[in-house]
Design a protein around this ligand. Structure first.
Ligand SMILES: *[C@@H]1O[C@H](CO)[C@@H](O)[C@H](O)[C@H]1NC(C)=O
Ligand SMILES: *[C@@H]1O[C@H](CO)[C@@H](O)[C@H](O)[C@H]1NC(C)=O
Length: 859
């Protein structure tokens, strides 16, 4: 029995390998972890070997280990060990003279023994091609706000059977070169001729050496090297590169669309790239009024190949969709009609264009813009993009200057102070290979604002926030103090989150008038406000006494400034002025989900079953995006009905990211952390093991589902013991077959039994004791949608039994309402205190439970 299962597993593994590795990447692939004597596996499970045997004789090098591990390093291998060169040194690798190769270099500027990478300037050549010159990994990382850089090159056939990789320190006292990892992998010829924008001719890129500048899964998620189509490339989310506020909408292919590569090699791009896209939107008038635009930071005076990937999975007919492509304001292609070119739905296509970035104003930016082609009158005035790659081309020299962040941001800050309108600012995000960087930059900015403040160093803010580069890495913090002025940083912060003055905040809230208070949490009060021309907003004002507030304020800006999703509350901006801190959000007219289910212990029963399902689905979508949509898995940690807000159209939006954590996007990844969250929703496994995974959010969401069904508080200490916790009570009733008795009476007879069954089964699975047995957010979403379909298609006749009325009355103990309310009130002060204790200790569970328990009315 077991053997046959094992055999099946082997077969399926073999099969999946056969499908994935259309390009057999493993032939002679070299993955070297430099300065490591034994070799090791990275987090993706790829084996890296020692580099020593490829070093030429006479090379003067030191194998060394970094003295500090930045928390943002996603994998220790190959970054934690390095080879340091005090004089010119070479590696020699055997290659095939007629083949193209990936050459990837990995740098983690840190301290290696007495070598401080801040003093390291060097050049790197591959045979006669200059890859880097006067390169400072340290400055580059600082400018991009990340701890490490990966550079990806693709070298055309070199006509030689040896690749000589030379590292040469700058002619400067104390300068040295270093490298942490080298990948040399034979690859298929990916390049061909491309049309030159602005010239009526084509350019042959086949013989060109290439540096990858950006590689984006447009409208999709981060894809790791092992998720690529055999070429071990990394694909990033495109969102940070979108210009302005018009971000269009993202879609993914309907499940019945089967991707057909036709004659295009499948390694061109993975199916995940083609099955998601960004388009302009559904309103043709809006679409005709703007360009869907991405902006990239590039080196001037160079040639770039821009590859746009398309796949139309909605339309079928010629002239359903036709649009124009502009590169740097020049028409690159007029009226491209993907369906007409490929002949049908679900067939991918890419287009290559070559642009030359001249010296001069704005020569360091590359603009990609799409606009509907009104002339051919297509059925839909829209435009789409599925993937985008930008490569720098040269036959001799791919090097560029070190980035100089302060100049750029000075210039931009001036522009920004002039115009106080939101969003009409150029957000340019610089990037090294793949653009990992850009993402980091944006968020780091927001964070950096706080570093300069007196709070810095005072609180124990977790540095488990890899994307944001808020590391306390010695080299980085010492540099940031000297090279980035605080005003620049503040200005940078305005790129993605709008900056408000205290004056504006006072104006918006009528001087923080108590009459405008719409909520109170651990952070402080939440006010209703009006900005600009009558736009309603919610303003969360910090309580200056709450240190917790400072932490959560930071986390919230970090998280929200880079996330935008229909089902996440959007952050409009923030204010930090005279020790006042405010966060400004979209105003959610209909308040919290809980407010529509019950108040105190009293059921309200105003929402129909369909509405409740739709709200749960919306919230699940928001959480699904957090778990999978960004480069890193983001765990919300405080999923509850008071954190699900409703806008004027009853659309659900997840809010309150004060406790959110990012974790590495790895298999079975988890983050070890102090247990936080709200009692009654807490994942018991997380509680036991103090290890946080996205399944903890799934557990909490399961509680939300039962809350939606039963419309009672998740904890009601006034009830008999077995009924206090809704999660436990609901599971018990489900097992006893008496669940129908605890359903919200206002739903009686209105739920289709099939829909109910699907819903309850799903909620029960979410509450599994063991994380791995819980569904993913994606499965959950699917099941809820199914429950909704069943409700809509099913009969409307009464199905829920009318028995148990008496028990229900027993539960809704109106008279005890006031008592329990008072109880939590009086514990309010204690609450603040115990939360602080909880922050300082990692093992004091009692304190944690206590604070969460008294905190059940929300922070
Ligand atoms: C779109 O971009 C092109 C090229 O820069 C420009 O000519 C055109 O006016 C833009 N259209 C809109 C609506 O902004
Ligand atoms: C090397 O780079 C640094 C930092 O960007 C710069 O200040 C210096 O002038 C450069 N040196 C040369 C020789 O280009």
């Amino acid at each position: 029995m077991q053997e046959s299962a094992g055999l099946l597993l082997v077969i399926s593994l073999v099969l999946s390998n056969a499908i994935l590795h259309v390009w057999s990447q493993d032939t002679g692939a070299l993955l070297l972890t430099c300065g490591d004597e034994a070799g090791a596996k990275d987090l993706d499970g790829r084996q890296w070997s020692p580099d020593e045997k490829y070093l030429s004789k006479g090379s003067n090098s030191i194998a060394s280990r970094a003295t500090y591990q930045d928390p943002s390093l996603i994998s220790e291998v190959p970054y934690m060990t390095a080879r340091v060169f005090e004089s010119k040194s070479t590696y020699k690798f055997p290659i095939k003279p007629d083949k193209r190769y990936w050459l990837r270099l990995h740098f983690y500027p840190s301290f290696y023994g007495s070598h401080d990478c801040a003093d390291s300037y060097f050049s790197v050549t591959a045979n006669s091609i200059t890859l880097l010159s006067n390169f400072s990994a340290s400055i580059t990382c600082l400018a991009l706000s990340q701890a490490y850089i990966d550079r990806e090159y693709s070298l055309a056939a070199l006509g030689s059977d040896t690749l000589t990789l030379t590292f040469k320190p700058a002619d400067k006292n104390g300068a040295f070169a270093f490298v942490n990892g080298i990948q040399l992998i034979q690859m298929p010829e990916l390049f061909d001729s491309a049309s030159m924008v602005g010239f009526d001719q084509t350019f042959d890129a086949k013989s060109m050496h290439v540096q990858t500048m950006f590689r984006l899964n447009v409208g999709g998620k981060y894809l790791s090297p092992t998720q690529d189509s055999g070429l071990t490339r990394i694909w990033y989310d495109d969102y940070p590169y979108i210009y302005g506020a018009s971000t269009g909408i993202t879609t993914s292919a309907p499940s019945d669309v089967k991707l057909n590569y036709q004659s295009m090699p499948e390694y061109t791009a993975p199916s995940d790239v083609y099955l998601t896209s960004r388009s302009m939107g559904t309103d043709k008038n809006v679409n005709m009024g703007y360009n869907l635009t991405w902006v990239f930071q590039i080196d001037p005076n160079s040639m770039y190949l821009v590859r746009l990937h398309f796949c139309d999975y909605f339309n079928k007919e010629v002239n359903d969709l036709a649009f124009n492509i502009f590169l740097n304001s020049q028409m690159a292609e007029a009226g491209i009609d993907v369906i007409a070119m490929v002949g049908g739905r679900g067939i991918p296509l890419y287009r290559d264009f070559v642009v030359y970035a001249r010296d001069g104003a704005d020569s360091d930016q590359l603009w990609v813009a799409l606009h509907p082609n009104g002339i051919t009158k297509p059925s839909y005035l829209d435009a789409i993009l599925n993937g985008l790659e930008i490569f720098k081309l040269s036959d001799t020299d791919l090097s560029g200057p070190n980035p100089t962040p302060s100049d750029r941001f000075n210039r931009e800050s001036e522009e920004k102070f002039e115009s106080h309108k939101p969003y009409n600012k150029t957000v340019v995000i610089g990037g090294a290979a793949g653009g990992a960087a850009g993402f980091a930059l944006v968020a780091a900015i927001c964070l950096a604002v706080h570093k300069k403040k007196k709070y810095a160093g005072q609180h124990t803010h977790s540095s488990w926030l890899p994307i944001h580069g808020n590391s306390s890495g010695a080299s980085k913090s010492s540099m940031s103090a000297s090279s980035i002025g605080s005003s620049n940083v503040t200005a940078m912060a305005q790129g993605l989150c709008r900056y408000f003055t205290l004056q504006e905040m006072k104006h918006a809230t009528k001087n923080f008038d108590e009459a405008n208070v719409i909520g109170v949490g651990g952070f402080g009060k939440v006010y209703k406000g009006v900005i600009d021309n009558g736009m309603k907003v919610a303003i969360k004002r910090s309580n200056p006494e709450s240190e917790q507030g400072v932490n959560e304020f930071q986390t919230e800006i970090e998280m929200l400034s880079k996330l935008r999703h229909k089902h996440l509350v959007s952050l409009i901006g923030f204010c930090e002025d005279n020790d006042e801190m405010c966060l400004v959000y979209d105003y959610m007219a209909l308040g919290t989900f809980r407010d529509h289910l019950y108040k105190g212990n009293k059921r309200l029963g105003t929402l129909s079953w369909k509405q409740r399902l739709e709200i749960c689905i919306g919230a699940a979508r928001g959480l699904h995006y957090l778990h999978t949509g960004a480069k890193y898995t983001i765990i919300h940690r405080d999923v509850k009905t008071t954190n699900i807000l409703l806008d004027e159209n009853w659309a659900a939006k997840v809010s309150d990211f004060g406790l959110s954590k990012t974790g590495p996007n790895m298999n079975n990844g988890h983050v070890s952390t102090v247990v936080k969250g709200s009692f009654g929703y807490l994942d018991p496994e997380y509680f036991r093991r103090q290890q946080l995974t996205e399944k903890s959010d799934v557990y909490s969401f399961g509680v939300v589902l039962f809350e939606a069904l039963c419309a009672r508080p998740v904890l009601n200490p006034n009830l008999p013991k077995e009924q206090v916790s809704l999660a436990e009570w609901a599971l018990l009733c489900k097992r006893r077959g008496t669940l129908e008795e605890i359903i919200d009476p206002s739903l009686k007879g209105k739920i289709n039994p099939e829909s109910l069954k699907k819903f309850v089964d799903t909620a029960e699975k979410c509450l599994s004791d063991i994380g791995v047995e819980r569904p993913t957010m994606n499965d959950l979403l699917w099941n809820l949608e199914f429950a909704l379909t069943l409700q809509e298609s099913g009969s409307t006749h009464s199905s829920v039994s009318h028995s148990g009325e008496s028990e229900l009355e027993e539960i809704s103990l109106d008279d005890k309402d006031t008592a329990s309310h008072n109880k939590s009130q009086s514990l309010g002060v204690q609450n603040e205190l115990s939360q602080r204790q909880q922050q300082d200790s990692t093992s004091d569970n009692t304190g944690a439970i206590y604070s969460q328990f008294v905190n059940l009315n929300g922070r």
